[in-house]
Design a protein around this ligand. Structure first.
Ligand SMILES: [Zn+2]
Length: 285
């Protein structure tokens, strides 16, 4: 038998990633851009990521059951922290590069990275993104959802719906050996068709063995451009879509909060995706 596969599966290369590697070599010779092989996860790693994604979605389900008008974003943090622990996981954001909380809660004009606070009380008409990242058995799950509190404005409703649709449309076009740029193309197209604006400079990312891996997933892209997506790659798609402009500013005081430039609304939805041999699998949403 030949050498063991580079993916770390312990299997002979011939029986493992040889076919994919041959195909990648052929495509590279045709001029396509291919990712580094290190971004391709083996079967055991994929199973670990699948479990972490499942646990992460359970934490978001718990938030969905409990979120209500009158609660603070700190209350959401408390729910995420205690339920993640109960499930045997670790909130990945807590202490990450100094981030002080177990979840991000971005309300209305907050684009992302909102720090939970006792002072931020959810009110009728608010839209809030809850972004959860969970470490489970050493693997990382990552997803976020939008929650709408009570009656929200027509435009808020349209923005949240458009953001959800944009992710679903982009995901529906995923297949092995499609281009990374296709994702941003479909998201930006759908946002613009509805009169909204995608944030260009904050994107999705590879995930699974750590919280932020390559590749960077831009939510504005060109069809047929960028690296090809290979079976075994795991990454997030998480567009931030704004009402009036894709521009934003960062709160220098807390060092994290990102806000729309003019105080209008922003929505975000995040899925964690695996590229498979015949399509894709949503690992967390
Ligand atoms: Zn292999």
């Amino acid at each position: 038998m030949g050498k063991n596969c580079w993916c770390g599966s312990g299997l002979p290369h011939e029986a493992c990633h040889k076919a994919i590697e041959d195909k990648m070599r052929e495509l590279r010779a045709q001029g396509y851009r291919l990712p580094n092989k290190r971004l391709i996860k083996n079967a055991a790693q994929i199973e670990g990521c699948r479990e972490a994604g499942r646990i992460n979605a359970m934490v978001l389900d718990k938030v969905a059951e409990n979120i209500r008008i009158g609660m603070s974003t700190q209350d959401i943090d408390d729910i995420v922290h205690s339920y993640t622990k109960e499930l045997g996981g670790i909130p990945a954001t807590l202490g990450f590069e100094g981030y002080p909380k177990s979840v991000c809660t971005s309300v209305n004009d907050q684009v992302c990275h909102g720090i939970p606070s006792k002072k931020v009380i959810l009110q009728e008409g608010d839209i809030v993104n809850v972004d959860c990242t969970t470490v489970y058995n050493g693997f990382v799950g990552d997803a976020s959802r939008m929650f709408c509190l009570g009656e929200i404005s027509e435009n808020a409703k349209k923005l949240v719906e458009t953001t959800r649709e944009a992710v679903d449309i982009a995901v529906s076009h995923l297949k092995p050996y499609c281009h990374l740029g296709d994702i941003g193309y479909y998201i930006n197209k759908h946002a613009r068709e509805n009169g909204f604006h995608v944030v260009r400079d904050i994107g999705g990312h590879g995930v699974g063995l750590s919280m932020h891996e390559d590749p960077y997933v831009c939510h504005i892209g060109r069809l047929g451009h960028g690296i090809l997506l290979i079976p075994g790659m795991i990454f997030t798609i998480e567009p931030m879509i704004n009402e009036t402009s894709g521009d934003f500013w960062m709160d220098e005081q807390d060092g994290w909060g990102i806000y729309t430039v003019d105080g209008t609304l922003s929505a975000q939805v995040e899925y964690m995706i695996l590229i498979t041999e015949d399509g894709y699998e949503i690992l967390s949403k």
